[in-house]
Design a binder for this molecule. Structure first.
Ligand code: ADP
Ligand code: ZN
Ligand code: ZN
Length: 740
């Protein structure tokens, strides 16, 4: 690597300002000793005060007076707080995801914000369980649902962190204070030096043979200080969380710490309490609603050893533990693990790197593993474990697939099939709850025939074409464009059109069908306000509605004991999104949706409505057969060279000047086609071709070898740096999860 005469140095990275690097000369005697990521001493500011800085880049030229440039004074050898693993991780992220090191550092390093520490409070039951039961009886016939919820929580748990109650159970301070006044609970402040040891011994279950196999393997790795990645494939209720708890316990016993990633939407009160009950106040719960002060407090607690476990979303990965022993990623297939801001890192891959650097264990778990992870289990890169039995005794739901084409033939134009209608009626009569699920994400829709199920696809990329306002159908991978059809090319029917259905329309239909039914709606609109999401969830739990209608949000992670019917209104909606991951996402969604039915004693029914009942995704989801799905899916990926069989680099070019952005993307594609043998697809207008007057173009580069794509990114970056007066911006995304 050419290191160049000058080094770009970020000063004092422990403060929030890592934006601007300063240029320093590299003295000859240091040339061989400094690298990107090295911590050096430099003179800084008016009095040339000695400061620490980190090298983020090298260069040969500067566009200002060279005589004014100061030199690096020396290398800082000892400072572990700066040159520690996280800086190395940032360098790795920069190299693998195409970002500036400054941006990677900002992601990885804690932002120091000295704020007064918030007081952590705990609620403690102050009377016997019998007394709480009496109080529950008295409250049951009133309208005080929040008080009832709190009483039930207090009956089940002796200690509850206050934050779990307010954030996860949506219980207000007023409700809590009333119970304090009544003498039923105490509200205590947690002291800073609290060393409330974990209570695990009383609560650990004896493991099943399948569970024990995993935990034993983990113990071996922990004892040997060996890095390995486990993938646990097990349906909901098969005991994955119990395995996580045991592995965390073994990690703690060995004086090491644990990071547990759980998608925010799946981190329910029950899960929080399971960790809290085992490990007490040594657990930190992180989420996106934390204030800067609260976030800093978490980081501080991890750093000075006040806590050993952090549970949180993607960003919890960067909590600075001293001796990290295990990283657990639950629901590893969730797309929220991929960052959509630069650096566009994937938590799974980044966790793997972090675990490797720490000689730590990485444990992935899912009921529907990502095709990427399952593929790696197949190649031996990951170690696969299966949990095959439900430990709760709950039965698997009964899945019914209904053919929407025949509904149309029989004159039913609504989105609710005869079968679903009669099952809904049955549940309303019995006083049981139902959920109707609309698996819709994107904006631009695909075009399909409601008479025969035909879907218009790109002949080159095998993804659905998207309908645009101008009436054209466009492929967002390669740019292939045709006019929209007036009649179906397969069957000649006139029922061919863009596919759309929203939660509001469905709610209207349901209300017309069942005027007495109480409905609730959960989508982006009804969850805009703070806490509205939790309010809907707890309202539905409290039985305030018979039917919950919603998007993806309703099928993730919640335990609705009284729900015995789930209807997926049109499985095709996510199946034919214009993206090669659409089948995988649909399989996961259908499986999750099915998992919502019959969580209590009564077995549930799941109705999957579709125009393509013989599609492999629908068939395997109905049979709840993951392996069957995977076998077919991986064949298709291999055939099309899509990840994980190959790798993809997505390049997004944006600009207010449409012609410039378009020309730049074409220029890049042309150069790549000339100098590299990787497959270049595009450019095409983006999935959203214009946002806020900014035009978007995309192209893709495919190759079996990831490192070749990294080289291509470097090549493009270098070329771009030579273009003077460029206003279009260029973004890189490796193995993209979402359409651009
Ligand atoms: P998952 O995380 O896969 O959904 P859980 O760990 O939550 O599964 O387990 C499902 C249920 O089974 C929980 O109620 C849990 O307490 C119980 N369970 C888990 N492991 C055992 C075990 N070894 N013995 C008895 N019950 C268990
Ligand atoms: Zn047709
Ligand atoms: Zn195409």
């Amino acid at each position: 690597m050419n290191k160049g005469k000058y080094a770009e140095i970020i000063i004092n990275i422990s403060h929030e300002n890592v934006d601007r690097p300063y240029t320093y000369a590299v003295p000859d005697e240091l040339k061989d000793k400094v690298f990107i990521g090295s911590v050096v001493n430099v003179p800084f500011g008016k009095g040339d005060t000695a400061r620490k800085g980190i090298i983020v880049d090298f260069c040969d030229e500067v566009d200002f007076d060279e005589s004014k440039i100061k030199s690096i004074a020396g290398i800082e050898e000892k400072d572990v707080s700066l040159s520690d693993i996280r800086v190395k991780l940032a360098v790795w992220m920069k190299q693998n995801y195409g970002s500036t090191l400054a941006n990677a550092l900002k992601t990885v390093l804690p932002v120091k914000k000295k704020v007064n520490r918030a007081v952590t409070k705990v609620i403690i039951r102050n009377v016997s369980v019998e007394n709480v039961d009496e109080e529950i009886k008295k409250t049951e016939n009133t309208r005080k649902v929040a008080r009832l919820r709190l009483l039930r929580a207090v009956r089940d748990e002796e200690r509850i962190p206050k934050r779990a109650l307010s954030e996860k159970l949506h219980i207000s301070d007023a409700t809590i204070n009333n119970l304090v006044k009544d003498g039923i609970i105490l509200l205590e402040e947690l002291k800073k030096d609290n060393k409330n040891a974990f209570l695990t011994d009383q609560k650990g279950l004896s493991l099943s043979d399948e569970q024990k196999l995993i935990v034993d393997a983990a113990i071996e790795d922990l004892d040997e200080k060996r890095h390995e990645t486990f993938l646990i494939h097990g349906i909901t209720g098969s005991g994955k969380t119990e395995v996580y708890l045991k592995i965390v316990e073994e990690t703690l016993k060995r004086g090491r710490q644990a990071i547990v990633l759980i998608p925010e939407i799946a981190l329910t009160y029950q899960t929080v309490m399971r960790f809290y009950n085992r490990f007490g106040d040594r657990v930190i719960i992180m989420n996106s609603t934390l204030s800067a002060g609260e976030k800093y407090e978490c980081i501080e607690k991890a750093q000075n050893g006040e806590a050993d476990i952090v549970i949180g979303p993607r960003s919890a990965l960067f909590v600075p533990f001293k001796n990290l022993g295990v990283i657990i990623i639950d629901e590893e297939h969730e797309t929220s693990y991929k960052s959509e801001t630069v650096p566009k890192y994937h938590a799974r891959e980044t966790a793997e790197e972090l675990a490797r650097m720490n000689s730590a264990l990485l444990v992935l778990g899912s009921a529907t593993p990502s095709v990427d992870a399952y593929y790696k289990a197949g190649t031996g890169e990951y170690r696969l474990f299966n949990l095959t039995k439900r430990l709760t005794g709950n039965q698997l739901p009964n899945v019914i697939v209904t053919d929407l084409r025949s509904e149309l033939r029989n004159g039913n134009r609504t989105i609710i099939s005869k079968t679903l209608k009669s099952l809904l009626e049955d549940r309303l009569n019995k006083g049981e709850q139902s959920m109707l699920f609309i698996n819709r994400r994107g904006l631009a829709g695909f075009v399909s025939c409601r008479a025969c199920g035909f879907v218009v696809k790109c002949p080159h990329c095998d993804v659905s074409l998207s309908l645009h306002k101008n009436g054209k159908l466009i492929c967002h991978y390669c740019g292939y464009t045709i006019d929209n059809f007036k009649t179906c090319p397969e069957c000649g029917s006139k029922y061919i059109s863009g596919f759309r259905a929203g939660t509001e329309q469905v709610e209207e239909t349901v209300k017309k069908m069942f005027p007495k039914a109480r409905t609730m709606r959960m989508d982006a609109d009804t969850t805009k306000e703070k806490d509205s999401y939790e309010k809907i969830i707890s309202g539905f739990l409290d039985g305030e509605a018979d039917i919950l209608i919603g998007t993806q949000m309703i099928v993730k992670g919640h335990d609705f004991k009284n729900v015995t019917l789930v209807g997926v209104l049109a499985a095709d909606m996510s199946l034919f999104e214009a993206d090669f991951k659409a089948p995988e996402r649909t399989f996961q969604l259908l499986t999750q949706a099915a998992g919502r039915a019959g969580r209590g004693e009564v077995p549930g029914d799941v109705v999957i409505q579709t125009y393509k009942p013989d599609n492999y995704v629908i068939m395997h989801a109905a049979a709840q057969d993951y392996e069957g799905f995977y076998e077919e899916e991986i064949l298709y990926r291999k055939l099309m060279n899509y990840p994980p069989a190959g790798h993809m680099l997505n390049v997004l070019v944006t600009g207010k000047n449409e012609a410039e952005a378009g020309k730049l993307s074409e220029m890049m594609c042309k150069a790549l086609r000339e100098y590299f043998d990787s497959v270049v697809i595009g450019p095409a207008p983006g999935f959203l071709s214009k946002i806020n007057d900014v035009y978007r173009f995309v192209f893709y580069v495919k190759d079996k070898d990831y490192q070749k794509l990294v080289k291509i990114k470097d090549y493009l970056e270098e070329g771009l740096s030579k273009i003077k007066k460029r206003s279009a911006l260029v973004f890189f995304d490796f193995d993209p999860q979402n359409m651009q």
